[in-house]
Design a protein around this ligand. Structure first.
Ligand code: RIB
Length: 284
């Protein structure tokens, strides 16, 4: 028959399951699936684009009805296009989560990262910091570029000249945070904005190795608000992403697409929230 039999199964491809951002996301998605009698297959690419391609094919061979997709950090534009085209060729409905490139009318659920980057930087500026270092994600990822854009916007408004030498390009993992501190050591800065909490943990570690204290010597702000951030010895100030809600929204969107129901919107953008804890303090 021309009617494809549904398996009521969806696939989720995430980039780094060690990062609680992605386990919380998976949990939100699974909860929503279970509520509706759907099954979830979880695939972890360990940030390797080849596995994105492998898993898209595997999920297709298992006849999933749709895919939720958060691409690997090595997804430059060319890699992204490869995945995007493959999903199109296989004719599987998909919703991107968090990471994407501008494509016409994408089905995506993500945060307003320009605003998130802006809020984090404003917070540090309001505390009197003027020299703010950044540990970014990969430069070609839109979500990282947007955070940097927000950072620059806040500096601009405060009439502070952007200083390229205070920017370290990381890879959204803890080791990048450690490497960033080593690379930035000796430069003049009083605060660090890490573009995710995992890198902020690395920054903590790196600063400790250099005998610098948070926040007495250096203020640190993260991004994501994963659950460990609250219980660190110095609880981390961060930008909260409503991770579970985003997972739930993406699942609802995908199921509606599979069931050919009208979508209220193809792109859903959540708002960031500043969570002030103990890792940021007034500049003395
Ligand atoms: O921690 C994972 C990071 O990668 C998050 O900040 C998320 O926005 C993603 O792009």
């Amino acid at each position: 028959s021309l009617i494809k039999k549904r398996t009521k199964t969806i696939g989720l491809i995430v980039s780094d399951i060690r990062n609680n951002f992605f386990s919380s996301l998976a949990k939100g998605i699974e909860d929503e699936c279970r509520k509706n009698g759907w099954t979830l297959i979880l695939c972890n690419t360990s940030d390797n684009h080849q596995r994105d391609i492998e898993y898209i094919n595997v999920l297709a061979s298992k006849s999933v009805d749709g895919i939720l997709y958060c691409m690997s950090i090595d997804s430059n534009l060319e890699n992204f296009k490869q995945s995007y085209d493959l999903l199109g060729t296989l004719n599987i409905p998909f919703v991107m989560i968090d990471r994407s490139y501008p494509v016409p009318n994408p089905a995506i659920v993500r945060l307003d990262h320009i605003r998130g980057g802006y809020m984090a930087t404003r917070h540090l500026l309001e505390l009197g910091h003027r020299q703010i270092a950044c540990v970014t994600g990969p430069n070609y990822l839109e979500d990282s570029r947007d955070r940097l854009h927000g950072y620059k916007k806040a500096l601009d408004e405060a009439h502070i000249t952007f200083d390229e030498s205070l920017i370290f390009e990381g890879g959204y993992d803890m080791n990048s945070g450690i490497a960033a501190v080593d690379a930035l050591f000796g430069k003049k800065f009083t605060a660090i904005f890490a573009f995710n909490d995992m890198m902020a943990y690395g920054v903590y570690k790196g600063l400790k190795a250099h005998e610098l204290h948070v926040p007495a010597d250096i203020s640190v702000i993260g991004y994501d608000d994963i659950f460990l951030s609250e219980i660190l010895e110095v609880p981390l100030t961060t930008i909260k992403q409503p991770i579970g809600l985003m997972g739930c929204a993406a699942t609802k969107k995908l199921i509606a697409m599979i069931e050919d129901k009208p979508l209220a919107e193809k792109t859903t953008i959540f708002e960031p929230e500043l969570i002030v804890r103990k890792s940021t303090a007034a500049y003395k």
